[in-house]
Write a protein that binds this ligand. Structure first.
Ligand SMILES: *Cc1c(COP(=O)(O)O)cnc(C)c1O
Length: 498
């Protein structure tokens, strides 16, 4: 079989990163049928590899490079001390099958984190199992279902969800077997209380509300909303993705909420991980505690003067296990470290600064863009690009143009109820200087949209790749590097199969 010549971008035959000493035992040849001659790897030195991956890492945006005001995602800085602590061998090298007695420190950390999250949010019990916000929502929906079933109330098939909700809300409610019923928003961006009153009834299992909501607004009727749903026999789920706005200021448990998830990768500074491990713990009232997923950690024995002994246990009416083992433990360590670093005062300051930053941005941008709901915002706010659209410049174009300024664009076209939405969340970790840089960039873009729209509609101009085929990039994503010899290899495999 002919092996065609091969050109790699960086490889050079015989180049090595590591040279092993000659073996001092006889070599055992690898049987020919296990070797594929066509499988050519680039032969590169250590510096080639380091430079390659460093260059590749710089082709993407990251919070460690510049501002990342992606609304609803709370792309705050991930403190490096979290990483250092999560890498302690006593945490990082644990095996989930180790006996309880040998992982007491990890159990203690999980137990304390559960307690801290419960205290911050006003709930009685917390599970750390879910791996993401959406996963937490599913957990919460299953718990709501289990609660009604346990009471013999099987008529409750509907889940009410405001029209401003994140798409994961209806998706998870549906996965948990509920029929989704939309609650419209009123003209101040709240869930419409009168419409809600008309929707509740004996067939409603609960309401999934996001407060502060995805418009960056505190629902002005949250007390009445909770009351209306409870009076009708339903439970209230709070999507806690926006918890960054109210740490140390308001506790959803105190507002009468029954279930809530936390996004550790948003509020509590663990990395979003590019699709990697997230963490979406769920807090519940004492009434719902026995339905939580297991195993959970508890204190087995509290000996005076000594640290307690911890153990796993299964809640009596548990909905089951939602994640292999105990959730993404490395994320629990990072969030624990973050909360301990800040303390109660520090957490409150996080929210105050996050809200201040968002209101500062909104106040500086309101003359240049339409503001979707013009009232004091929480940690984020929504602009509309409809003024610019009259000149043929869409929100998508402005988002692309922002790339030329080295800033990640805000969330676009969400929430769905705002035309040409541009949803901005600066987070507390940006300085006034970086906020001002972002403001100046957006004001310049608004000016260009009037005077030279093609500059915006043709953006980005300075990035490695220009306009991408967004649909193709989504539907036919190909992230593998395919070596040029693959075709030969496939022929070879076919020959082996014959
Ligand atoms: C991010 C987010 C979610 C989903 O959280 P994931 O961790 O991405 O699954 C749900 N609701 C809102 C409002 C969010 O911002």
């Amino acid at each position: 079989m002919a092996v065609e010549p091969l050109i790699h971008e960086l490889g050079k035959t015989g180049r090595r990163a590591v040279r092993f000493p000659a073996p001092d035992v006889p070599e055992t040849p690898i049987p020919d049928h296990l070797l594929r001659q066509s499988l050519h790897w680039p032969e590169v030195s250590e510096i080639d590899v380091v430079r390659h991956f460093t260059r590749v890492s710089q082709k993407n945006h990251a919070i460690d490079i510049n501002m990342y005001p992606l609304g609803s995602c709370t792309m705050k800085y991930n403190p490096k001390i979290n990483e250092a602590v999560a890498r302690y061998p006593g945490f990082a090298r644990l095996h989930p099958y180790q006996p309880e007695s040998t992982v007491q420190g990890a159990l203690e950390l999980m137990h304390e984190l559960q307690g801290m999250l419960a205290e911050i949010s006003g709930f009685d019990a917390v599970t750390l199992q879910p791996a993401a916000g959406a996963h937490g929502e599913l957990t919460g929906c299953l718990i709501i279902g289990a609660y009604h079933k346990d009471r013999g109330d099987t008529r409750r098939t509907k889940m009410l969800i405001p029209d401003s909700a994140h798409g994961t809300n209806p998706a998870t409610a549906r996965m948990a077997g509920f029929e989704v019923v939309e609650v419209p928003s009123d003209d101040r961006g709240n869930a419409d209380l009168e419409k809600l009153r008309a929707l509740v009834g004996p067939d409603v299992a609960g309401l999934m509300i996001t407060n502060p909501n995805t418009l960056g607004l505190w629902d002005e009727h949250i007390h009445e909303i909770v009351e209306v749903v409870h009076e009708a026999g339903g439970l209230v789920y709070n999507d806690g993705a926006n918890f960054n706005a109210i740490l140390g200021i308001a506790r959803p448990g105190d507002l009468g909420i029954d279930v809530m998830h936390y996004n550790l990768h948003k509020t509590f500074s663990t990395p979003h991980g590019g699709g990697g491990p997230g963490s979406g713990p769920v807090g519940v009232t004492s009434e719902l505690e026995r339905f939580l997923p297991g195993p959970r950690v508890r204190i087995a024995e509290d000996t005076v003067g000594d640290s307690p002994r911890y153990e796993w246990f299964q809640p009596e009416a548990s909905i089951g296990q939602l994640h292999s083992f105990h959730g993404n433990f490395g994320m629990h360590v990072r969030a624990y470290c973050y909360i301990r670093m800040h303390g109660a005062e520090g957490l409150r300051m996080i929210s105050e600064d996050a809200v201040l930053n968002a209101n500062y941005l909104m106040s500086q941008l309101r003359d240049h863009f339409e503001v979707a709901y013009d009232r004091t915002c929480m940690h984020e706010f929504v602009l509309s690009g409809s003024r610019q659209k009259r000149n043929g410049v869409r929100t998508l174009d402005m988002a692309k143009r922002l790339l030329d300024f080295g800033v990640h664009p805000p969330t676009t076209y969400f929430p769905l109820i705002v035309a040409e939405a541009l949803m901005i969340e600066p987070t507390e970790t940006e300085s006034k200087e970086s906020l001002d840089y972002f403001i100046d960039a957006l004001i310049q873009i608004a000016g260009e949209a009037e005077r030279e729209p093609e500059k915006v509609t043709g953006a980005p101009h300075t990035t490695e790749f220009k306009r991408l085929d967004e649909v193709g990039a989504n539907r036919a994503l190909e992230v593998r590097w395919v070596p040029p010899m693959v075709e030969v290899e496939e022929r070879e495999l076919a020959a082996v199969a014959d």
